[in-house]
Ligand binder design. Sequence first.
Ligand SMILES: [Ca+2]
Ligand SMILES: [Ca+2]
Length: 181
Amino acid sequence: MADWDFRQPPEDWSNILPDTFQSWGDGVNPLLTDWVSHAEVDDPAQWTWDAGDGDGQVSPTLNQPFTIKLANFLDTKSTKLVSIHITYSGGLWPGVPEVKGYDNPPGGAHLNEGAAEFLGPNYLDYSVRIVGNPAFEVIKIDVPSGICVDRIVVDTISCPEPATLSLLALGGLAVLRRRRK
Ligand SMILES: [Ca+2]
Ligand SMILES: [Ca+2]
């Protein structure tokens, strides 16, 4: 689980570390050693940070991609379920995230399929199933100018077989818990 709440202005817009990062189970053998999970933007000059509703937010002055790179750990399960929760404000919606998994060394994108759900005017939830166990995932979110991104939470679950509805339901419960805070 990686959680960007943007509580402080990013020190390095090309390496924005999550406020919280937690792994469970096999999370001891990283498949990559050259970087850790982080977010980055192409053009830092287009981004600003402000306090927002108190816990910080980021916003682009032009339409810009916001890219998350998540490193995976060694595991033998065949499927990954990636859930992306975006809290934002502004008149438009962020683009539905594009998610691709890559081998190390890069061997091309893994198959994935997913669905986005808009859970209200300020909340987007996107779940994607990646077939295979890639070394890392790249999640690209297109953020329109005028949109303030308050928080992004990414949950990644390895599954031995195609994700079941019960796992999706668990993800939904996690979201409800967070929203009640
Ligand atoms: Ca907030
Ligand atoms: Ca925030």
